[in-house]
Write a protein that binds this ligand. Structure first.
Ligand code: CA
Length: 235
């Protein structure tokens, strides 16, 4: 499936949702942003449309009449890397982790604000557009994913920050997710350290990351949201 895209306007978005009122509301909000939408109410049709219509984003309900959205996500991933936002009534960390482990790009919990969902959809689409450019920038930091280098945008690449592998992965995950708050479980996954034994040490890695950023005047790049997780600056 091709996901090539140069502008979020006009992007094709597949809404997989078995509650007609929600599907219609979401389609209306995305339509106002200039996105083309199609809706379907079950996993079987979702896969058929995904293959025929090659959407550039899929909004995927977890509880579908013919099974779990996670199974649909797994099947979509066998066909390509179309961005997927999981939508669910379940607000369990375990569900979010399952979604991200299977390769979801974002996660929205019902009841959600349609405006917020539209904003997230646009953010994921724009991220896809940026993938042609290996250098991401977020909140005054530049990140070269090919070279795995991070530097303060104002200083230039010559001033790359010396980071450990885990510190780099933490910064990348936070930058990709921003302005969304990222929970500890997701950060652990990003570091490939999904083990309880590492749960406490993630604080140490975050502490060191923040200390290094502070020495470049970017101490406020990483914000702690008490009880929820961490958030990167976007501006
Ligand atoms: Ca449902």
């Amino acid at each position: 499936m091709s996901t090539e895209l140069h502008n979020a306007r006009g992007a094709r978005v597949l809404i997989v949702e078995d509650e007609p009122a929600i599907a219609q509301t979401v389609a209306a909000y995305l339509g106002r942003e200039g996105l083309h939408t199609r809706t379907c109410a079950d996993g079987e049709n979702a896969l058929r449309i995904a293959i025929d219509w090659t959407p550039q984003l899929v909004l995927l309900d977890v509880r579908l009449p013919d099974g779990s959205g996670f199974d649909v996500l797994r099947e979509l991933r066998r066909h390509g890397d179309t961005p997927v936002i999981m939508v669910t009534a379940m607000d369990q960390e375990a569900d979010r982790v399952s979604g991200f482990r299977l390769g979801a790009d974002d996660y929205v919990v019902k009841p959600f604000s349609p405006l917020e969902l539209a904003a997230r959809a646009l953010a994921v689409l724009r991220r896809g557009i940026r993938q042609g450019d290996p250098v991401l920038s977020a909140g005054g930091l530049s990140i070269d994913r090919a070279a795995r280098q991070v530097w303060p945008t104002s200083l230039g690449r010559q001033q790359s920050i010396l980071l450990t592998r885990i510190e780099y992965e933490l910064i990348l995950r936070l930058a990709l997710a921003a302005p969304r708050v990222v929970g500890r479980a997701e950060l652990l996954l990003a570091c490939n350290q999904a083990s309880e034994a590492y749960d406490r040490t993630i604080d140490t890695h975050l502490y060191n990351t923040r200390r290094k950023l502070r020495s470049y005047g970017l101490g406020d790049w990483l914000t702690t949201v008490r009880g929820i997780g961490y958030c990167a600056r976007t501006k």
